[in-house]
Design a protein around this ligand. Structure first.
Ligand SMILES: Nc1nc(=O)c2c([nH]1)NC[C@@H]1CN(c3ccc(C(=O)N[C@@H](CCC(=O)O)C(=O)O)cc3)CN21
Ligand SMILES: O=c1ccn([C@H]2C[C@H](O)[C@@H](COP(=O)(O)O)O2)c(=O)[nH]1
Length: 283
């Protein structure tokens, strides 16, 4: 939690105002932030200085792992986070590749599970990583990347957290996740949950022990309409200790994640938090 608050404070103290053309808003911005999460000791990085809707964040992650391309599928899992980008973004609504209501196009998990090759066949990046790690193999290229510049015009948003690299040292699994752009009040609250949970889940289904998860952020920003709430409300609050994340131990394979897993298979214990804060969302 301290890492998160330090980053927020750093943006408030040292951030530079940058005009963002896509959203037509200014963002107070810093470059380069490194966060580390202790998955081995289950220090779940849940924000405590406001109520965090953590199930929504895990639902989003599960949707990516399943390769979803539709906001309705995300809603069925328990999160509305893609509704606005799929249905309220004029540039995407005008895009001839959009297949109708709720379509997100070839974003995130679509690239992760069915990266299109020039010959028409597809690559399942996640399947390869799970198979390798389960057999004790780390080929130093256990990389899940959603970043496909050749298909940006076929998706509603370029991926923000775009690449996850897994590393195996002995029987311990590590994760390094890269994020190009980070809405610190809203997005990071979710993204750090996702980095932590991704390592915990991948270790569980490959039979490895989770170690540390490293989260590397490039452009970290606070939108102009979020600043007051962050500076004068959230940053004035004292954090509580980290809660623990409990994952159903019956989840043992990628097929389990693809088929029967729901948000009921995740539980958080010891979550003490302050009142919710409703931050404005920029489409
Ligand atoms: N501007 C922007 N910020 C983001 O963080 C973001 C995007 N766009 N577009 C794509 C995804 C969607 N994400 C989202 C979208 C909405 C919330 C949100 O509204 N969170 C609220 C309530 C969540 C709930 O009730 O489930 C929050 O208080 O955290 C968070 C992340 C993260 N990403
Ligand atoms: O997982 C996510 C997804 C999105 N965001 C934020 C970061 C930016 O504020 C916007 C995306 O806008 P771009 O113009 O494409 O950078 O969404 C996030 O923090 N986390």
């Amino acid at each position: 939690m301290k890492q998160y608050l330090d980053l927020c404070q750093r943006i408030v103290d040292e951030g530079v105002w940058i005009e963002n053309e896509r959203t037509n808003k200014r963002c107070l911005t810093v470059v380069n932030a490194d966060l580390t999460f202790d998955v081995e000791n289950n220090e779940f990085p849940l924000i405590t200085t406001r109520k965090s809707f953590w199930k929504s964040a895990i639902a989003e992650l599960l949707g990516y792992l399943r390769g979803y391309d539709n906001a309705a599928d995300f809603r069925a899992l328990g999160t509305k986070t893609w509704d606005m980008n799929a249905n309220d973004n004029q540039a995407w609504l005008n895009n001839p590749h959009r297949k109708g209501t709720d379509d997100m196009g070839r974003v995130y998990g679509v690239q992760g599970r069915s990266w299109q090759k020039p010959d028409g066949s597809t690559i399942d990046q996640l399947r390869k990583i799970v198979d390798n790690l389960s057999q004790g193999i780390d080929d130093r290229g256990e990389i899940l990347t959603f970043y496909n510049p050749g298909e940006f015009d076929r998706g509603c948003l370029r991926p923000c957290m775009h690449t996850h690299t897994f590393s195996k040292l002995g029987d311990t699994l590590y994760l390094t996740s890269y994020q190009r752009s980070c809405d610190v009040p809203l997005g990071l609250n979710f993204n750090q949950i996702q980095v932590f949970t991704l390592l915990a889940l991948m270790a569980q289904i490959t039979g490895l022990k989770p170690g540390k998860a490293y989260h590397k952020i490039v452009n970290a920003h606070i939108y102009e309409d979020q600043l007051e709430l962050m500076r004068d409300v959230q940053l004035k609050r004292e954090p509580f200790p980290s809660p623990k994340l409990i994952i159903n131990p019956k989840i043992k394979s990628l097929e389990d994640l693809e088929t029967w897993v729901t948000m009921d298979d995740f539980e958080v214990v010891g979550y003490e938090h302050h009142e919710p804060i409703k931050y404005p969302f920029s489409v």
